[in-house]
Design a binder for this molecule. Structure first.
Ligand code: 9QG
Length: 168
C-alpha cells in the first residue's frame, strides 16, 4: 500500500537498467502497466539464432513468472523491440525454451533517441499492448497470466517511470 495510490503499487521512477521487480498482487484482467521510456541510440550485442551474437539496438520488457536466472524463470510475454531490424518480436519462454515468435505488427513505433510510452493491458485471453497512445499488438496467453509476478526490463533503454493500475 502507498498513500495516495489507493493501495496500488507505487510507481517505480528512474529505475536502474537492467530492472527486475515485483508486480505486487500479480496480474488480473483490467490491470495496466504503463512504462515511460527512452530508446538509447547505438547498438549492443544480442544473442541471435543458435546463440550467435550480433549488433542490434534492442530492449525488452518481460512479464515473468519469478526472477530466477538458473533455471531461467518462465516468461509469459517477452516484448522485444529491435530498432535496426524495425521489428518487435514477441515470444514466450517456457521450461527455458523459446516458443514461436510473433512478429507481425503495424508501423514500427519506436525510434532511437526518442521517448515512448507503452501500456500493457491484461485481458482474460490475451495481453494488449499500446504504444504512444495507439493499439499496437495482442499476445494470446500461452502461460496463465496468474503465474506472472515479475517485470524485467533490459537493453538500450532508459525508463522514466513504471505505473501500475488495477483498472478498478
Ligand atoms: O533469438 O529470440 C525471442 O524469440 C532469440 C534471442 C532472445 C529472444 C528470443 O536470443 O534474446 O529475443 O532473453 C533472451 O534470451 C534475449 C536476450 C533467436
Amino acid at each position: 500500500a502507498y498513500p495516495g495510490f489507493g493501495g496500488m503499487q507505487a510507481p517505480v521512477v528512474n529505475p536502474h537498467i537492467p530492472y527486475i521487480g515485483e508486480i505486487q498482487g500479480g496480474l488480473q484482467p483490467g490491470k495496466m502497466i504503463t512504462i515511460q521510456g527512452f530508446v538509447i541510440p547505438g547498438a549492443d550485442r544480442k544473442p541471435g539464432l543458435f546463440g550467435i551474437m550480433y549488433e542490434e539496438c534492442w530492449f525488452h520488457v518481460n512479464l515473468q513468472c519469478g526472477a530466477s536466472t538458473q533455471p531461467r524463470a518462465d516468461i509469459a510475454m517477452h516484448f522485444n523491440p529491435r530498432l535496426m531490424a524495425g521489428v518487435v518480436v514477441r515470444n514466450c519462454l517456457q521450461n527455458q525454451a523459446w516458443g514461436a515468435e510473433e512478429k507481425p505488427h503495424g508501423p514500427f513505433p519506436f525510434a532511437m533517441g526518442q521517448n515512448f510510452e507503452m501500456i500493457i493491458l491484461t485481458e482474460p485471453d490475451k495481453f494488449k499492448v499500446a504504444v504512444n497512445g495507439q493499439h499496437f499488438i495482442e499476445f494470446r496467453h500461452r502461460i496463465p497470466f496468474q503465474r506472472v509476478n515479475t517485470l524485467a526490463i533490459d537493453g538500450k533503454v532508459q525508463i522514466q517511470a513504471i505505473r501500475f493500475d488495477s483498472g478498478l
